[in-house]
Design a protein around this ligand. Structure first.
Ligand code: NAD
Length: 271
């Protein structure tokens, strides 16, 4: 089994990284940066986002696993004190843990500019915002005009990203086994003149959403932890990607338990 590690860069994550290499040696795992079977992220959710973007071209052959060095992350469920167990479990032959992978949907983004088309993948979300002024854009669903949006921007998230930026925008938390995307508004202007649906929309697989911003405006984008700008944008198409991400699940950790731990984190009070 070949592995590679990406760590957050802080002292604790770096020390765990070095310790894992020593353990992996003992268990017969091979360090391979070019073609690992498993990518271990040590740090937080942001570290997993970095790992995903670094290895997004090999999604069909590798899996990811995360260890958190801060609070429990959505993509990082192993604790520092479990490092030894983790190395041991990773070294087991695949036939000994046949059900230990989960596949989650990703978001596909096609940026159509005057110069051509760029394809991107997001693990969490993609956002589009205006820069100097309010963003104005037409939004089509499955090639039919849906609304004209005016406001700060639009966020389109994957089910995995539903607990991230999407949740802060009032979007629904979606189980990542459901292949869909979610569109949430970022501060839309709604009055007698401008009207948007005002609710998050959840689109199933095989549906798509096109955004046509006002021509000639420079726009700002975020793709997970990455940011960039374009001034020659024509339209953006988002849909559920045909690629998926595979996480190694060497032990069960139900999604709803993660949600409960992350956002509620206490026993319900008696009533
Ligand atoms: P960061 O360090 O500022 O992380 C932001 C927070 O988002 C962290 O607490 C992280 O644990 C959490 N997070 C990331 N992915 C998550 C997920 N799938 N479910 C639940 N929580 C998650 O920034 P970063 O490390 O560069 O991460 C980029 C992410 O930050 C973006 O993908 C976006 O989702 C999130 N973000 C959130 C807001 C917001 O909630 N208002 C604003 C901007 C970005």
């Amino acid at each position: 089994m070949k592995y590679f590690i990406i760590n957050r860069g802080d002292e604790v994550s770096q020390a765990l990284h070095e310790r894992f290499i020593r353990l992996a040696d003992q268990y017969g795992l091979t360090l391979d940066e070019e073609q690992p079977d498993t990518v271990l992220s040590i740090g937080g959710d942001g570290t997993m986002l970095q790992a995903f973007h670094r290895y997004k071209d090999q999604l069909d052959r590798l899996s990811f696993v995360g260890l958190h060095t801060g609070r429990l992350g959505f993509f990082a469920d192993w604790k520092p004190e479990e490092l030894d167990t983790m190395a041991r479990v990773m070294a087991r032959p695949p036939e000994e843990h046949p059900h230990s992978f989960v596949e989650y949907p990703l978001l596909s983004i096609e940026l159509h500019t005057a110069d051509g088309m760029e394809s991107r993948l997001a693990l969490n979300e993609f956002t589009i915002k205006g820069i100097e002024e309010t963003m104005v854009a037409r939004l089509d669903v499955n090639d039919v005009i849906f609304e004209t949006f005016r406001g700060d921007g639009i966020c389109i998230s994957s089910p995995s990203g539903s607990t991230a930026y999407n949740k802060s925008l009032g979007g629904a938390v979606i189980h990542p086994s459901i292949p869909c995307l979610q569109i949430t508004e970022i501060a839309s202007i709604n009055n007698r003149v401008f009207r948007t649906v005002g609710s998050p929309l959840v689109l199933p697989k095989h549906h798509h959403c096109d955004i046509y911003p006002q021509a000639g405006k420079r726009m700002s984008f975020s793709l997970d932890h990455l940011g960039f700008q374009r001034d020659n944008l024509v339209s953006i198409r988002t849909s559920v990607a045909k690629e998926t991400i595979r996480f190694a699940r060497y032990r069960p950790y139900p999604f709803w338990s993660r949600v409960q731990r992350a956002f509620i984190g206490q026993e319900p009070t008696e009533f």
